[in-house]
Design a protein. Structure first.
Length: 136
């Protein structure tokens, strides 16, 4: 039997945790630091989140392993939201798109650094495996 959702399709924090793979504590932390807007509350006081909050948390989750600062996360979220709202002047839209391109370049750079670290770690693992075989 499918669980009935509230008419507005809002999710409680446990459901958001399940969908994002983030702990309740982490979700509350992102609220506290302003990366996630304060959620609505049920009549019983439970936090209620919409689809946008889940999407935002998934974005944050993608940024976290790349060592983005909270400010960078906040900035990217704002750029994406402004672009999604529409109604922008051509100049403002171009400015926001350039900002998005800058973030893309930063992600590409961070990926390059991570690839180098993985290659180094793989070479080290091979070295240790060889050493282990030699000593057996």
């Amino acid at each position: 039997m499918t669980e009935a959702r509230q008419p507005t399709d809002l999710l409680q924090i446990g459901d958001v945790s399940d969908r994002t793979g983030l702990s309740l504590r982490t979700i509350r932390h992102y609220e506290e630091v302003g990366l996630l807007p304060e959620p609505q509350r049920s009549p019983g006081g439970f936090r209620l989140y919409g689809h946008e909050a889940v999407e935002r948390l998934l974005l944050i989750k993608r940024m976290k392993p790349l060592d983005f600062s909270l400010e960078q996360m906040r900035e990217l979220i704002e750029v994406r939201e402004q672009l999604s709202r529409g109604g922008l002047t051509a100049g403002r839209r171009a400015e926001l798109l350039e900002h998005l391109r800058t973030f893309h370049a930063l992600v590409e750079h961070k990926l390059g650094v991570l690839r180098e670290r993985v290659e180094s770690a793989e070479a080290f693992a091979v070295q240790l495996a060889d050493e282990t075989r030699r000593r057996d």
